[in-house]
Design a protein around this ligand. Sequence first.
Ligand code: ADP
Ligand code: MG
Length: 356
Amino acid sequence: GPAISLHGVTKTYRSGQETVPAVRGVDLDIGSGEFFSLLGPSGCGKTTTMRLIAGFEEPTTGSVSLAGTDVTGVPPNRRDVNMVFQSYALFPHMTIHDNVAFGLRRARTPAQEIQRRVAEALELVELGDRAKYRPNQLSGGQQQRVALARALVNRPSALLLDEPLGALDLKLRQTMQIELKRIQREVGITFVYVTHDQGEALTMSDRIAVMNHGTVEQLGTPAQIYEQPASRFVAGFIGTSNLITGTVTSGGDGARMELGSGQHVHLRTDREDGASIDVTVRPEKIHLSTSEPAPDHSRVRGRVTEVVYQGSATHYTVDTAAGSEIVMFQQNASGAGNLAERGDEVWLSWLPEHSF
Ligand code: ADP
Ligand code: MG
């Protein structure tokens, strides 16, 4: 069965006269050994969901189960999960060794066992040679790894990480993302990872729950969420997408959105003629050309307003005759020049199955 289950969980905070619905009817099953991410904008209820799993908060309604046992009402220290915070919360006056040993000492673990486990945990995060240092003698990334060692040392069956890399600069974040994946594979326990960074969630996760306003908007693998976003919100939040608006007109070959002068978007829709509708297309699915594309493609004319070289790709912004700006990416092969320059009149086209 699942390592962590939430059933119909809501959490409403009271602040003064106000009630704040932070989590609204969340159902989740997180598998044992899974790297599971909660992804969403600030204020969508990620931290609250984590605190409900850890036991720092109790649900207003619903229940939380760990390994099939209902733990609603069980205090945090009696739940088999640990939480790692963005602020590492290390004791500044203690050595790294003592920071990691702290919980084991409190649990009156035998000294030899403490020695062995602390050494093992520091080895795991590659800080075996820093045991005698103090936190302020380590870099930010190293301090985060100490926090991780401390959370792993009592061998919880799940680790909850709340934006753990938020305080690190981009380069270090990317190194730590790979590091965290390695550690999770090595210890084989469930990781629940909170982030507002879609790139981070896509890179690291087995599955992602995209949250918005206290609810889960979509649950799936990174590829499912990126390729088949379930809502406008998910499409807008994950990756870059273009939104094209128009009205449905059905033709001989199925529904279309007519944009005039041979421009049209093919649609899969059960909406009636004249209904106003929008479609989303990812930049990398769009083809840019100066010659007219085949009519069985969705196609829009426009003028290039921006060409931005970004190394591995070039980004084009096109002001379309359909009234919206569309962004597309060209992967750069060596020696290949630009597809178009600023001011050029171009066609954009894509396969009907690549819009949603
Ligand atoms: P996230 O981690 O996704 O940024 P949070 O779970 O921290 O979101 O917060 C969700 C909502 O609940 C926000 O509107 C926040 O202001 C509110 N909230 C969080 N904690 C409290 C609290 N202790 N008291 C009142 N409101 C809170
Ligand atoms: Mg938060």
